[in-house]
Design a protein around this ligand. Sequence first.
Ligand code: ADP
Ligand code: MG
Length: 252
Amino acid sequence: MKLEIKKISVKTNDKEILKDLSLEINSGEIHAIMGPNGVGKSTLSKVIMGYPDYQIINGSIMVDNKEINNLEIDERSKLGIFLVYQNPISIDGVTTSELIKASMDSKGERQGLYKYVLELEGNSEKLKMDKSMLHRGFNVSFSGGERKKNEILQVLMLKPKFIILDELDSGLDVDSLKIVSEALNNYLLENPDTSVLIITHYTRILELIKPEFVHILKNGHIVKSGDYNLSKLIEKYGYNQSFELEGNMNNE
Ligand code: ADP
Ligand code: MG
């Protein structure tokens, strides 16, 4: 999927958070957006997903050359956009298995229950999840790490074409982060047209899922773009100094 963000300005509760932000992600590309806390990274992920709390006051978001500004969350989900939440919520009264089945059914990917459960269990094994978790309330009394695994389980089952990972590493211990990254990398190998937007303020996750493009978000828009090496500069010098390297960086 090709996603183009053209000069969007976004506000929530009358506060402008993003301003003139542009970004283009082609089919099969992995991009990372980095920035310190509070710069609007999660806002960007929610505005791509279509959360009504975030209004686009200017600019447009295009998917495969069609504007999606006015599409609802579920319509964007049907197009193949999937947001892995920074803080996944829990839902009482619906099990993980039921929730994923309902999402697949609504996309027209109806499967018999037996085949579905086999596939679900197979994917949960890849994530080293206990099978009993699949049949408990969605994320109810799950740890932060287990919730993240539950998000990635949905990715493996729903096979989105555009995946946004908002702070995937938050709440995941080192071993779980490796398990989850390996599952995602395998998914991307099997589905090479999938596009990915990794949102993070740490470089740790970028060593596991390597982006080809790295962008720095500041003052509501992207102030610097580069390749994977830009994340290494950020790690070494921090966000502020990395901008000051601006002029000479591209010549390195
Ligand atoms: P990040 O993910 O980069 O840490 P966020 O996108 O969560 O940043 O938030 C960016 C800024 O917008 C913060 O100052 C935050 O307080 C503010 N913000 C985010 N969502 C809302 C909201 N619903 N209402 C008011 N302010 C918000
Ligand atoms: Mg955030």
